[in-house]
Write a protein that binds this ligand. Structure first.
Ligand code: AMP
Ligand code: GLY
Length: 433
């Protein structure tokens, strides 16, 4: 079977790496891919958003399964488009992808199915938004309704900050169409965790929990990024808490959508705040998380192609996944300056002398045939460049392995957070399992 993976990040390289291990997979293509997928797959220069060209490619290359990495093509309806031509594709249809495409819609759905989330109101009028904000006590979070590449969320400590954020969106239109409507919600204090689940619309299979680190700076300071590191499982998510999440969030959502004629097929990412021991949904993403995928998928021992194939066929019932019991830690190496302006084209050294339990997934990289004639040389091409991941039965050892490897991989301006995993260490040392 030929497989096409759409996207160009660390998430996509990780999916390619895992799919390649399946005996069912013959050729594997990535559109447009990165330096890592140039090695592990065949890149094709088609943008992830060019639905028509992707469809043509899938037909011409006899692609038996297409896997969609990023949200934009899903929200644009790539799954409906492929399915209408009889092509098999892993991901939710456009109607279900609205869970990520509109934060207000996601909140409406959560209220409909009694899914725990922060109190909220939606606005398209600045005057109404200001009145509401002035009437609330406590910190607030202001969110642009539409897709804003992770930048449309402003956590506000004071009412003044919230008023400014609402005006930036509704009056100054800083987020364009994505900010024509906004959501104002109560701030929830707690610890964040991410849950990925795979579903065919009937059977819901939660994957291992994980935790992302969204801020650029150590101690969760500084501006938000696409994610600077992650680990799995998140010791914060104990067995009973996972059952609670499954029973109060995953099942009601998927079953509820199904009853309304919306079969969710694919992977769903649930961003959670664990507050006072209870889970609250912060956001839904209708795709794999990045960098969560890079720490969850290496722990999956089952065949990823089979899992995706069963999902697409609506045959997940009875599927039991097996997991590597080791901890996985992943640290993102970024270009200097990221998430602000950064330089590209820096040569990456040290990728070829890493231990076997360390795997590096590429994101913003470009491959060129090596001058020696064998293999590739790699150059930086984006803000988040690589995710270095390591497995070990002991969490501190997994962390140490990853940081030793990260230190060996060099490129000009390289930067990374030194504290990925410290929160888990705290939980583990307190004996919370
Ligand atoms: P979102 O894209 O909605 O997940 O928001 C991005 C980040 O903003 C989250 O990962 C949280 O760190 C933070 N955030 C969003 N909503 C809330 C909330 N209601 N309370 C506290 N923090 C939040
Ligand atoms: N790690 C956050 C995301 O994938 O959106």
């Amino acid at each position: 079977m030929n497989v096409l993976v759409i996207g160009s990040g660390g998430r996509e390289h990780c999916l390619v790496w895992k799919l390649r291990q399946s005996p069912h997979v013959a050729r594997i293509f990535c559109a447009p891919g990165n330096g890592g997928t140039a090695k592990d797959a065949e890149n094709t220069e088609i943008a992830a958003t060019d639905g028509e060209a992707l469809l043509r490619f899938a037909e011409e290359r006899d692609i038996g399964l297409t896997v969609v990495g990023p949200e934009v093509p899903l929200v644009d309806g790539i799954v409906d488009r492929f399915e209408s031509r009889g092509l098999r594709i892993f991901g939710p249809r456009r109607a279900c992808a609205r869970l990520e495409g509109s934060k207000i819609y996601a909140k409406e759905v959560m209220d409909r199915f009694d899914i725990p989330t922060a109190s909220w109101r939606a606005f398209d009028n600045p005057g109404d938004a200001r009145n509401y904000i002035r009437g609330r006590s406590g910190p607030l979070v202001v969110k642009a309704d539409g897709l804003a590449a992770g930048k449309g969320v402003v956590v506000c400590k004071t009412r003044e900050e919230a008023l400014t954020a609402a005006d930036r969106m509704l009056v100054h239109k800083e987020f364009g169409a994505a900010g024509e409507k906004i959501l104002v919600e109560d701030f929830l204090a707690g610890e964040e965790a991410s849950i990925l689940l795979v579903t065919d619309g009937e059977t819901v299979i939660p994957l291992i929990s994980s935790q992302d680190h969204k801020r650029i700076g150590e101690g969760d300071r500084g501006p938000n990024t696409g994610g600077m590191g992650a680990y799995a499982p998140a010791p914060l998510v104990s067995g009973p808490l996972m059952e609670n999440i499954h029973g109060t969030i995953c099942e009601p959502l998927i079953k509820g959508l199904g009853k309304q004629g919306m079969k969710y097929r694919g992977v769903l990412y649930i961003g959670l705040m664990i507050s006072g021991g209870n889970p609250y949904v912060l956001e839904f993403n209708v795709r794999f998380g990045d960098p969560e995928t890079q720490v969850v998928v290496p722990k999956l021992q089952s065949d990823l192609y089979e899992l995706m194939d069963r999902t697409v066929q609506g045959q997940l019932a009875g599927t039991v996944l097996s997991w590597d019991p080791r901890f996985c830690v992943g640290v993102v190496l970024a270009s200097g300056g990221y998430p602000g302006p950064y330089q590209k084209g820096k040569k990456i050294e040290g990728l070829d002398c890493l231990p076997s339990d360390v795997t590096v997934f590429h994101a913003g990289t470009r491959a060129e045939p090596a001058r020696s004639g064998e293999g590739y040389e790699y150059f930086t091409q984006g803000g988040r460049v690589l995710t270095v991941t390591g497995l070990d039965p002991l969490f501190p050892q997994a962390q140490r392995k990853v940081y030793e490897a990260a230190e060996k991989i060099r490129f000009e301006g390289r930067s990374y957070r030194k504290d990925i995993g410290n929160k888990a260490l705290k939980f583990l040392s307190e004996g919370v399992k």
